[in-house]
Design a protein around this ligand. Sequence first.
Ligand SMILES: CC(C)(COP(=O)(O)OP(=O)(O)OC[C@H]1O[C@@H](n2cnc3c(N)ncnc32)[C@H](O)[C@@H]1OP(=O)(O)O)[C@@H](O)C(=O)NCCC(=O)NCCS
Length: 200
Amino acid sequence: MPELVEPAVPAGRMGGRPQPCLSVDELTIRPWAPPDVPVLVAAYANEDIRRWHARSLTEDEAVEWVSQRTDRWRREAGADWAVAEGDTVLGRVGLRRLSLAEGLGEAAYWVLPAARGRAVAARALTAVTDWMFALGLNRMELAHSTLNRASCRAAEKAGYAYEGTMRGHSRHTDGYHDMHLHARLGADKPGAKGAAVRRA
Ligand SMILES: CC(C)(COP(=O)(O)OP(=O)(O)OC[C@H]1O[C@@H](n2cnc3c(N)ncnc32)[C@H](O)[C@@H]1OP(=O)(O)O)[C@@H](O)C(=O)NCCC(=O)NCCS
């Protein structure tokens, strides 16, 4: 059945080029590589990261995860970057879902405990979001449990406006959580607050 709407971003525009390295302040935002496996295993052993991402990761799974990142980039199915300061990985930022045709991406992030409180997540997310908008994406969104206040703050600092609460939206290990939806549009002016909505 023919589509009546042209793809927002033509296929191949992202995956046909190498994944970029970005930098903001002291942070380098670069593709994951095999030497990052131990830090990934340590990250998913952290209580908060396990809780909010509802995943664990063995060494073998981390090796597989890193090799899948290149494939996801080439297939334009998602994107993942390590956020580092020099040789030290501080966190992760990425797109857990991506539709170039719809001009839509969904962000995800975590920061290792030792690097929290420095706005690492917000600064890395802003850099990646700006890159995706320059590529032609229309909208970037993210969702976090209403119980995850730190993630809400990171989203707000990255200019992702609160748009509403999705009831019983995401299954965590302790059951369904209500989730805040936040988003930025490529057309948003810097500092825009988005739609006027009441926080639940
Ligand atoms: C959510 C998370 C990514 C925020 O990253 P960050 O780079 O530390 O973010 P910020 O420095 O902007 O801090 C955000 C909030 O975390 C809290 N915070 C500050 N210092 C902190 C510390 N040392 N340790 C833990 N939380 C801290 C504060 O509430 C802060 O809000 P504030 O700036 O209004 O005081 C990080 O806490 C994390 O990885 N948590 C576990 C995984 C997770 O929740 N991922 C997101 C799933 S949606």
